[in-house]
Write a protein that binds this ligand. Structure first.
Ligand SMILES: Cc1cc2nc3c(=O)[nH]c(=O)nc-3n(C[C@H](O)[C@H](O)[C@H](O)COP(=O)(O)OP(=O)(O)OC[C@H]3O[C@@H](n4cnc5c(N)ncnc54)[C@H](O)[C@@H]3O)c2cc1C
Length: 453
């Protein structure tokens, strides 16, 4: 099929990706005099900031996902297509979805990022990352399977390995995962097992820099480290992971190295651009940075291709203070909305000033009644930060259809200290948990990459 377009029909905007960047661009174009086609390989928008709650059994996948068709059903100028874009023809102004060519006048590429293991891709098998619903369910399977295996294990050393959880990377995702696993071990599961005391679980959070949550103010990093240690998490900073093999993490701390036996190693340390960055580089000559992100102009277009915009995690926008904007949802949202306005203004013959990101602050949840919030002019920790975190996340979810569901779930968890979505699904039998297959024997490696780079 060729979805062609003639000069009399309205301006065709094609958006690749229905994440924060693409979806907010589509929403901002809802009333514009253009035709919009949003293409995504998934049929839902995923609220990634809450993936860790799925991974730790507090929420179910549907609580944090919204069908793209439903979100955009009132945007009558917008068509949603389910499919993976494999190529872009910038001369012919088409994108390829399988055999189908979709024509565009303006293209917005918002395909996001994926995990990065700093070139050690073999680590992924032993230390899965968190990016998709499937990743969250796989993590959930590993975490809850580890407690089940520990309950059956009679050898104390092996039991200890089952009850050791290592989280690599002390950014917000690592901190949130560590806090949630600690609450699971110390509260939620405490009464549920007969042979093990789940509160004996060791939860280690490893960070290459000298403090966790490096983007936050130092006093909030310190407050987060204290809250985590009160929950029983062992926070190890200035710690580089030099190797991960089946059930063993090797660490470098100062001049020394150390090995930790753990059956559950989780990766929260780095991301790189999605594959569309490489496609854009090849097809448009766009320049990419080391993480594969496309370097964009002050209006988020690609140099020499003013009708191709890149937004969100895939874009490297360094025009504000010389440093790339962070890969967070508000950046993607504001970029998507800016591009939508630019397209409309251009059609009227106007030019907009360059994109300018308004940073409203950072927040991270540590556990029940405990979070850190850095708004620049005000810094919060503890209960009020936790309340703020809750309100902000619900506010963001208001845009979609999940708000009420999530609120009820959270309230229930709060009062019962329960985590109802504790299912071990998929390839659930313990023997099939990939980390336990004992089959790998990778050569030693040595990298000196900060864990949160
Ligand atoms: C675990 C986790 C926790 C996070 N926590 C926070 C947080 O607390 N606060 C915060 O602000 N940010 C957080 N982030 C970051 C935030 O989620 C991202 O910055 C944001 O999602 C980026 O939006 P995006 O539109 O660029 O990409 P995404 O939201 O990743 O969307 C990309 C979309 O493109 C689609 N796609 C990809 N390739 C193709 C293709 N070839 N064809 C068709 N479709 C394609 C994907 O299916 C996806 O829907 C977190 C991220 C993760 C993974």
């Amino acid at each position: 099929m060729v979805d062609s377009h003639n000069n009399n029909s309205p301006h065709q905007v094609v958006i690749i990706g229905g994440g924060f960047g693409g979806l907010y661009a589509a929403k901002a174009l809802a009333k514009a005099d253009v035709n919009v086609t949003l293409i995504d390989k998934r049929n839902f928008h995923l609220f990634q900031p809450l993936l860790y709650q799925v991974a730790t059994g507090a929420l179910s996948p549907a609580d944090i996902s919204s069908p793209l068709r439903a979100v955009l059903s009132k945007s009558k100028n917008t068509k949603v297509l389910l499919g993976e874009v494999s190529d872009i023809d910038s001369q012919g102004q088409k994108v390829m979805v399988g055999e189908d060519a979709i024509a565009y006048d303006t293209l917005i590429v918002a395909t996001g990022a994926k995990h990065s293991y700093f070139g050690k891709d073999n680590w992924e098998e032993f230390a899965p990352g968190l990016k998709t619903v499937e990743d969250a369910l796989a993590m959930r399977r590993r975490i809850f399977s580890a407690f089940e295996a520990a309950e059956k294990e009679t050898d104390p050393e092996k039991r200890r390995a089952w009850l050791t959880f290592v989280i690599v990377g002390g950014g917000p995702t690592g901190v949130e995962l560590a806090g949630a696993i600690a609450e699971l071990a110390n509260q939620t599961l405490k009464e549920d097992f007969r042979n093990i005391d789940t509160s004996e679980a060791r939860i280690l959070l490893l960070e290459g820099m000298d403090r966790i949550l490096p983007p936050f103010a130092p006093e909030l990093s310190q407050a987060a480290a204290i809250s985590l240690s009160q929950l029983g998490v062992v926070v190890q900073t200035n710690t580089l992971v030099t190797n991960i093999e089946n059930e063993v993490v090797t660490l470098k701390q100062g001049e020394g190295t150390r090995e930790i036996a753990s059956k559950t190693i989780l990766w929260a340390a780095g991301v790189k651009a999605s594959a569309m960055g490489k496609v854009l580089a090849e097809r448009t000559g766009a320049e990419c940075d080391r993480a594969g992100r496309v370097i964009v102009e002050p209006d988020l277009s690609i140099k020499g291709h003013s009708n191709i915009f890149v937004v969100g995690d895939l874009a490297n926008f360094s025009h504000q203070n010389g440093k790339p904007l962070p890969g967070v949802a508000p950046v993607a949202k504001q970029e998507g909305e800016y591009v939508a306005t630019t397209i409309q203004q251009r059609l009227k013959g106007n030019t907009l000033p360059p994109f300018n990101y308004i940073d409203r602050g950072s927040l991270a949840m540590i556990g029940q009644n405990s979070a850190v919030v850095d708004l620049g002019f005000i810094k919060l920790k503890g209960f009020f930060a936790w309340l703020f975190w809750l309100v902000i996340h619900i506010y963001f979810l208001i845009e979609f259809d999940n708000k009420l569901l999530v609120m009820i779930q959270w309230a229930w968890n709060y009062f019962t200290r329960n985590r109802g979505a504790r299912l071990i699904t998929g390839e659930a039998s313990l023997g099939s948990v990939p980390i336990d297959n004992g089959s790998s024997n990778y050569p030693p490696v040595n990298i000196k990459q900060p864990l949160n780079a």
